[in-house]
Design a protein around this ligand. Structure first.
Ligand code: AMP
Ligand code: ZN
Ligand code: FE
Ligand code: FE
Length: 276
C-alpha cells in the first residue's frame, strides 16, 4: 500500500516492484510515488500482465510547524486540474530546494554538482536521496545513510525544508480529486525531530478535512507507536493500513514488509468518487 519507484526517489522500477509483489504472492500493490501520478498508466499495464490488483496513489508532502506530514492519496483522478497543478508546483519547488542543498554542501566543502543530482533523478521529482547519491558518487561519503547522518537529515547542516502544503489542504486536495486519504507513518516525522510523532490533535483536524485512514503498520514504527496509533485510529473511526514504504535503497526489498487486509482496501475504494 506504500511503495516508491524510479518515478520518484525509489531506486527500483515499477516493473520490478510489481514483479516482486507477484512473486511474494501478494494480491495487489499500492503505487505511491511522491508528488506524481506519472506511474499510473505503466502500473496498470504491468499489473494487468501479472494478474495483480493495483491501488493507484501518490504521497503528498505536507508540513506543519516544521514537522513533515505525508498524506497518501489513493484513487485520485490524475486529470483533476487542481491536483495536477499542485503536483507540478511541488515538483518544481523540489528542484529549487535541491539546488539550495547543493549550495550548502559546497559551502561545507563537500564536492557535489547539481548537474549530477539532476541526472541521477532523471524525470523524477528530485529528493534528498538523489542529492545524497551524488555526494556518494563524488566520493565524499561511503553511503547514503552517512550523507543523511552528517548533512541531510531533518535539521542537518545542509538540510533545506521542502515546499509543502498545509496538511488539511493535502487531505482536501485528495478528496476533491475523487480519492481517499491515509496519513502515512504517523510515528516517524515528528519523532525524528525529537518529538512524539504526529500529534493526535492534528490527526483529529485531518479527520475533519476528510482523512479516512492511518498507516499504523509501517516497518519503522516501534511496537509502542503501533499500539498508540492503533488506539487513535480506533477512537477516531479511521481505517488501519499497513505499508512497507519500499524505496529499494536498503540491502533487501521491503515490498510485503507490511500489508493491508483486502477488506480495508475495499473500504478505501468504496470511499473514492473517482472510478478510474
Ligand atoms: P525528501 O522528500 O527530499 O525530503 O526526501 C525524503 C526521503 O529521504 C525519505 O523518503 C527517505 O528515503 C530519505 N530520508 C529522510 N530522512 C532520512 C534519514 N534521516 N536517514 C535516511 N534517509 C532519510
Ligand atoms: Zn520517498
Ligand atoms: Fe513518507
Ligand atoms: Fe513514502
Amino acid at each position: 500500500m506504500h511503495t516508491h519507484s524510479t518515478f520518484s526517489d525509489g531506486v527500483t522500477t515499477i516493473e520490478h516492484n510489481l514483479e516482486v509483489a507477484a512473486r511474494l504472492g501478494l494480491e495487489g500493490l499500492g503505487i505511491t510515488d511522491h508528488d506524481t501520478t506519472e506511474p499510473f498508466a505503466l502500473a496498470v499495464e504491468v499489473a494487468g500482465r501479472l494478474g495483480l490488483d493495483v491501488l493507484l496513489g501518490t504521497e503528498l508532502s505536507a508540513e506543519e510547524h516544521g514537522v513533515s506530514v505525508h498524506v497518501l492519496g489513493y484513487g485520485v483522478d490524475p486529470d483533476d486540474a487542481a491536483l495536477a497543478a499542485e503536483l507540478e508546483r511541488l515538483r518544481d519547488e523540489r528542484g529549487h530546494r535541491a539546488r539550495a542543498m547543493v549550495a550548502k554542501l559546497e559551502a561545507l566543502g563537500v564536492p557535489v554538482r547539481f548537474e549530477r543530482v539532476e541526472a541521477l533523478a532523471g524525470d523524477a521529482p528530485i529528493g534528498r536521496p538523489h542529492v545524497a547519491a551524488a555526494v556518494v558518487e563524488a566520493g565524499a561519503a561511503g553511503s547514503l545513510q552517512e550523507v543523511f547522518d552528517r548533512y541531510l537529515a531533518d535539521g542537518g547542516p545542509a538540510f533545506v525544508p521542502k515546499h509543502a502544503l498545509p496538511p488539511e489542504a493535502a487531505v482536501a486536495l485528495v478528496v476533491a480529486a475523487g480519492g481517499v486519504s491515509v496519513l502515512a507513518h504517523p510515528g516517524l516525522h515528528g519523532a525524528r525531530d525529537g518529538r512524539e510523532g504526529i500529534p493526535v490533535e492534528l490527526i483529529e483536524r485531518l479527520v475533519g478535512a476528510g482523512l479516512a485512514g492511518l498507516e499504523v503498520d509501517h516497518p519503522d514504527h516501534t511496537p509502542a507507536q503501533r499500539r498508540r496509533y492503533a488506539e487513535v485510529a480506533d477512537r477516531l473511526g479511521l481505517l488501519v493500513t499497513g505499508g512497507s514504504d519500499h524505496h529499494g535503497s536498503g540491502t533487501r526489498d521491503r515490498i510485503g514488509a507490511a500489508t493491508t487486509p483486502r477488506e480495508v482496501v475495499a473500504a478505501l475504494r468504496g470511499r473514492c468518487r473517482h472510478r478510474g
